[in-house]
Design a protein around this ligand. Structure first.
Ligand code: NAD
Ligand code: MG
Length: 340
């Protein structure tokens, strides 16, 4: 039932980078991930992104743009010393990635230190990750999400679930080991399918009662253990809206940090145009309904929905562009437009 993979969007990495530099960068990254000594050396010349209790540090430029300040290790050591902390704490930084210039990128949570004091020294502000997603541009949003996801994982996996003994991390933070049981733990993502369902003319969007007012999104659901992605997709659609899927087409994927790390697999799917009656599972969803191309096109133009005097949005709108749901909706609208 899964259609052959067809790339609807060409990601930037497919267009610009030569394979030589990409290969050497990935091999360098893998080395510092796996070898403690190489990672310690990389930290000396690397970039560090600060978080405070998982909220990333952002800096506003004079032109009003928000950036993710990349601090040098010596800067962070200086900050720690100025605030009366042990500068060796910087070694707890977690490897996230590396730049095109092969500089390692790390995340470090200063949650044990007074927030305002760090903000003053860094000329920045720690902001909630959801807000940071709105404020940052381009590749900085996935980077900051990845850094936070890794920090969160370390903060919640300090003990072995078999022996109850403390686990020890390697230098990069790519794993934790329980030396008592020999179990190695790796950072985890939960697989989720997200699907834009079409009957050929309209698309189906739903909303949970916790969504901001007026916002509808593509339907999503966690994969059960042992399920294929296609099985999870068919089951979720059957459970949530009582419809039977006829065909599935893969679109793309995204790491989603809210509320915990999910691996979102995004697909388009179709139903028989004669079998479109929606029966909403009211435990999961507040509402789900079919939307026309015109309604969707209008919603896609809304960057910030108008609000009533209680601050609630007053119109139908869809998730912002950083969410893969937006991309699915955009792709569907483009394809419908081409058909008409
Ligand atoms: N990036 C996007 O564009 C986008 C859009 C919509 C939803 N999402 C995300 O997709 C995720 C799943 O969507 P949903 O809430 O409709 O899922 P869902 O329909 O599977 O319902 C959630 C319920 O599934 C259960 N569940 C099973 N496995 C779980 C696990 N590993 N973690 C948490 N709960 C689990 C829980 O009972 C939970 O209440 C959410 O985290 C949401 O934030 C992302
Ligand atoms: Mg769901």
């Amino acid at each position: 039932m899964l259609q052959p993979l067809r790339i609807l969007f060409r990601p930037k990495w497919m267009v610009s980078r030569s394979s030589g530099s990409y290969v050497s960068r990935m091999r360098h990254l893998n080395k510092i991930k796996e070898e403690d000594e190489a990672c310690r050396a990389a930290l000396q010349s690397g970039n560090i992104f600060l978080y405070h209790k998982l909220a990333p540090l952002l800096r506003r430029t004079d032109s009003g743009i928000y950036q993710l300040p990349a601090l040098q290790t010596k800067d962070v050591e200086e900050i720690l010393e100025k605030l009366g902390e042990d500068k060796e704490m910087v070694k707890e930084s977690i490897l996230i990635n590396c730049t095109e210039q092969n500089e390692a990128q790390f995340s470090f949570d200063v949650g044990a230190i007074e927030q305002a004091a760090v903000e003053e020294l860094c000329r920045g502000t720690f902001v909630d990750l959801r807000k940071a997603f709105f404020l940052l541009r381009g590749s900085e949003a996935p980077l900051v999400a990845r850094g936070q996801a890794l920090l969160r994982w370390h903060q919640t996996n300090g003990f072995c679930s078999s022996t109850g003994q403390p686990t020890q991390r390697n230098q990069s933070g790519s794993q934790r080991v329980c030396h008592s049981s020999g179990i190695t733990y790796y950072p985890k993502m939960s697989p989720v399918v997200i699907v834009l369902l079409s009957d050929g003319k309209r698309c189906l969007l739903g909303r949970q009662s916790t969504f901001p007012r007026g916002m509808y999104s593509a339907l999503a659901g966690f994969c059960d253990i042992g399920e294929t992605m296609e099985e999870a997709l068919r089951r979720e659609i059957a459970e949530e809206v009582g419809l039977e899927v006829e065909s599935i087409q893969y679109s793309g994927s995204q790491h989603w940090p809210f509320p915990q790390s999910s691996f979102m697999v995004a697909c388009h799917a179709t139903v028989n145009p004669d079998k479109t009656h929606v029966s909403v599972d009211k435990v999961e969803l507040e509402d789900a309904r079919w939307f026309s191309l015109e309604e969707v096109q209008e919603a896609l133009t809304i960057k910030a929905p108008p609000r009533n005097n209680k601050g609630e949005p007053t119109v139908f709108w869809v998730p912002p562009s950083y969410a893969i749901a937006n991309r699915l909706i955009q792709e569907w609208a483009n394809q419908q437009h081409l058909k008409s």
